[in-house]
Write a protein that binds this ligand. Structure first.
Ligand code: ZN
Length: 263
């Protein structure tokens, strides 16, 4: 391998998508084994309008969350290699489309990880905006919360969840269809991208905006763009390098090259 593009990198942004977590047993969304492919009704549950309108839809979503593989998944070699960069490579910020929290579990500093689409580990009240740890509810998953959120006790579907303070509908703090990304988070991601020497994209098909256009932001700011993804992306033509090999081998090798570049 000729990692010429790994030379001279002092600040890098890493944009990760579902592809980095499939090796940890978390399915992607639209692939052959994807979440939406296997259970199309969940698309409705992940659409803000139908979620807010229908207590049964909300209950279905919370049930699916109780079984979400992210609660028990372990970070894989790619997550760990990226975390290692913090201790001997360029300054690195991770911009992730994933909601599984595996970068942090792998050892990346939480302040270095921007969760562009939110996190399943947090629940937000649509009434008062209060945020609490997500209560998984299912017997199969460990309790990870202080139990601040309780299901509605009166009326509606017993699986629906309401805010104990204001009675508002609780939803996972993830960006649903029909919702905008947090503007401050996107703004920070754009600043990080535009100030990087290298933008490394891992396991994202770069189909979802505004996240995908962070690649153009980085290139316009002078960064090299390197894409590691199984399938072609709309940004391949902008890239210095496109790698189709498995993430599990490509990412550790890239990280090693970035940490062994002579000073
Ligand atoms: Zn509330």
């Amino acid at each position: 391998m000729d990692p010429s593009w790994t030379g001279g990198v002092t600040r890098m942004a890493v944009l990760t998508g579902a592809g980095i977590s499939t090796d940890s047993g978390i399915p992607d969304y639209r692939g052959p084994e994807g979440l939406w492919t296997r259970n199309p009704t969940l698309v409705k549950a992940f659409t803000y309008g139908s979620f807010m309108a229908d207590a049964e839809v909300r209950a279905a979503l919370w049930r699916s969350y109780a079984d979400h593989p992210a609660w028990t998944a372990e970070p894989n070699t790619a997550h760990r290699a990226l975390a290692t960069l913090e201790r001997g490579g360029p300054a690195v910020r991770i911009l992730t489309q994933n909601v599984d929290g595996l970068h942090q579990r792998a050892g990346s500093s939480p302040r270095k990880v921007l969760e562009l689409h939110g996190s399943i580990r947090e629940t937000v009240c649509t009434g008062c905006g209060a945020r609490t740890p997500t209560r998984t509810g299912g017997a199969r998953t460990p309790t990870r919360t202080g139990g601040a959120c309780t299901p509605a006790r009166t009326g509606g579907d017993p699986g629906d969840r309401r805010c104990p303070d204001c009675g508002g509908v609780l939803k996972p703090a993830v960006v649903m269809f029909g919702e905008h990304l947090d503007a401050a988070t996107v703004g920070l991601a754009e600043r990080i991208a535009s100030h990087s020497d290298l933008m490394l994209v891992i396991g994202s098909s770069l189909q979802v905006e505004p996240v995908a256009s962070l690649c153009a932001t980085a290139v316009n700011g002078g960064a090299r763009l390197v894409i590691v993804n199984r399938d072609p992306t709309p940004y391949d033509d902008l890239a210095t390098a496109v790698l189709r090999e498995p993430i599990a081998t490509a990412v550790p090798r890239i990280c090693t090259a970035l940490t062994t570049v002579p000073a």
